[in-house]
Design a protein around this ligand. Structure first.
Ligand code: AMP
Ligand code: MG
Length: 516
């Protein structure tokens, strides 16, 4: 035995009663090969990089030779999928190896996604195609770099096998790291089975792992107090999360309750996408026919998911169901105000406006939404508009920056034509400048702040698509590595100016797929 790279795993989840998870070994693959490895994250998780050996890492993270101290389990969960309740979903293609201690002191779950069938696989093969694995790697690491709470990608390994989807595709395994994989659906699974003991264990685990700041106050607390405190905390995190998504033009795409994490992290990067042209009703997911999970719908859907979470806690809150509903409804109603505040904060930062009480203005939200409205009319690029706006902060510095802002609103890029968007922008700019006049910072300071808030590089759909094609068709991973480097430094100018540009018409990706 050579030196081992993995520290000892903890087994908090595996120690839960057996009805909450199933022990399950990964299915062997023929030829594991390491495609990507996140050295920075590995170091944070205490992996010994001096002992790094790509071959052994590939063996370990494909599931062929799981680290000695790992104890693979698949978690049980349920979920509302597009509004329909499915009482049993569970990890059908993911195995939890255990938890590792992060150097920030927290425990993080390490999961192999695509490691073969589990007792929860139903009709599925338990496998993941290479494309969705690379997509999740890129987008989750981009989100992290953008400051959005998210699961992370530790590694991607190819299996040397094909998985059959519409066509045969190369198979891969993603190593996903999350502060936990507890979902609203995890609570639903036990609530619908009337399993109070499991619910209590989940409440304790969730508070201990994700909301340790509540622990002091909850030492002698009743289950009612614990459940309500947890509910309020999750409501606040989800409200902030969807406001952050919206502020980046991000569309999760499949906000089912089984994909709604109790931690407030973004989880499950299936058909997700960042918008190029801004239209609030944009949907990419091929299976989202009604537009349930459109960009604009994400806050009410998060609230809907949280109401489902609240329902799972009712039996802990009060024996009298009416009383319990009354108590649990308050935090759900409060979501609207919390979200509105978070969204206002996001918009202020994007526009270079201070939130301090002496300066901030009650109309800031309306001001931000008026710009979005103009962008919608013009079909302006979501990301570039805010970068151009930062450059246009000084009306008399130089005409050129403003003209790139205006160019994004020109008629021929608009869907509505007639220059409606361009007109709206002209009407909006003086309002913004008037509001900026109240700021104390200098123009260049505000510009710098805007450029540290509004990314330059996002993992645009057409770029991800190209990278996947090169990897899957030509076994060429250089484009993946280059795009990963660019999207993980989203506020810096990338080496390749092609990473900045919206797609040409022929490059547009209008549909994304779950990859299941
Ligand atoms: P998702 O669409 O990834 O949120 O998955 C929804 C449910 O389908 C979860 O229970 C997954 O574990 C399961 N699932 C997705 N893909 C597969 C697959 N290839 N094999 C088995 N189960 C899967
Ligand atoms: Mg899922």
């Amino acid at each position: 035995m050579g030196p081992t790279m993995f520290p000892a795993f903890h087994h908090r989840y595996a120690s839960l009663p057996s009805r909450m998870r199933a022990e399950c070994e990964p299915t062997l693959v023929t030829a594991p090969r390491l495609l990507a490895f996140n050295h920075a994250l590995a170091e944070e998780l205490g992996l010994d990089l001096d002992a790094f050996d790509g071959k052994r890492v590939a063996e370990a993270l494909s599931g062929n030779a799981v680290p000695e101290s790992a104890q693979p389990v698949a978690a049980a969960y349920a979920g509302h999928q597009f509004g329909n309740f499915v009482p049993q979903l569970g990890d059908g293609r993911a195995l939890l190896l255990g938890e590792l201690k992060h150097r920030n002191g927290g425990l993080y779950e390490v999961q192999l996604k695509g490691a073969g069938r589990t007792p929860f696989s139903r009709g599925g093969d338990g496998r993941a195609p290479l494309g969705p694995v690379l997509r999740e790697y890129l987008v989750s690491e981009a989100m992290h770099a953008l400051g959005v709470p998210t699961t992370r990608a530790l590694a991607a390994v190819s299996t040397g096998e094909r998985v059959l989807r519409q066509l045969p595709e190369p198979g891969a395994v993603l190593t996903r790291v999350a502060s936990s994989h507890l979902r609203v659906g995890t609570f639903q699974y036990f609530s619908v089975r009337g399993d109070r003991e499991a619910l209590e264990l989940l409440v304790d685990l969730a508070i201990e792992r994700h909301y340790p700041n509540l622990l002091d106050d909850l030492q002698q607390a009743s289950w009612r107090e614990k459940a309500l405190a947890l509910l309020e905390a999750v409501v606040a995190r989800q409200a902030r999360l969807v406001a952050q998504w919206k502020g980046l033009g991000f569309i999760h795409g499949v906000m089912n309750t089984d994909n709604c994490a109790i931690s407030g992290e973004t989880i499950d990067y299936g058909p997700c996408a960042f918008m190029d042209e801004f239209h609030p009703r944009t949907v990419f997911s091929s299976i989202d026919e009604g537009g349930r999970y459109a960009w604009i719908n994400q806050p009410p859907i998060a609230q809907w998911n949280l109401a489902r979470f609240a329902e799972t806690l009712l039996s802990l809150i009060d024996e009298d169901q009416q009383k319990a509903i009354e108590l649990a409804t308050k935090p759900i109603v409060a979501f609207s105000d919390i979200y509105q505040q978070e969204w206002t904060t996001v918009l202020r930062a994007k526009l270079g406006l201070s939130a301090s009480s002496e300066i901030a203005d009650g109309n800031d939200l309306a001001l931000g939404e008026a710009l979005l409205d103009a962008m919608d009319k013009a079909g302006a690029d979501f990301t570039l508009t805010f970068r151009h706006l930062a450059k246009a902060i000084s009306p008399d510095s130089d005409a050129t920056p403003e003209s790139s802002l205006r160019a994004g609103f020109s008629d021929d890029t608009g869907v509505n034509g007639q220059g409606e968007g361009a007109k709206a922008l002209e009407a909006w700019l003086p309002r913004w400048r008037q509001r900026l006049a109240r700021e104390v910072l200098t123009e260049s300071e505000i510009q710098r702040q805007m450029e540290a808030t509004n990314p330059l590089v996002i993992p645009r759909n057409h770029l991800i698509e190209k990278v996947i094609r090169a990897a899957a068709d030509d076994d060429d991973f250089t484009p993946f590595e280059r795009l990963l480097e660019a999207v993980t430094q989203p506020f810096s100018t990338p080496d390749d100016p092609g990473f900045l540009q919206p797609p040409r018409p022929a490059e547009r990706v209008l549909r994304t797929f779950c990859g299941t």
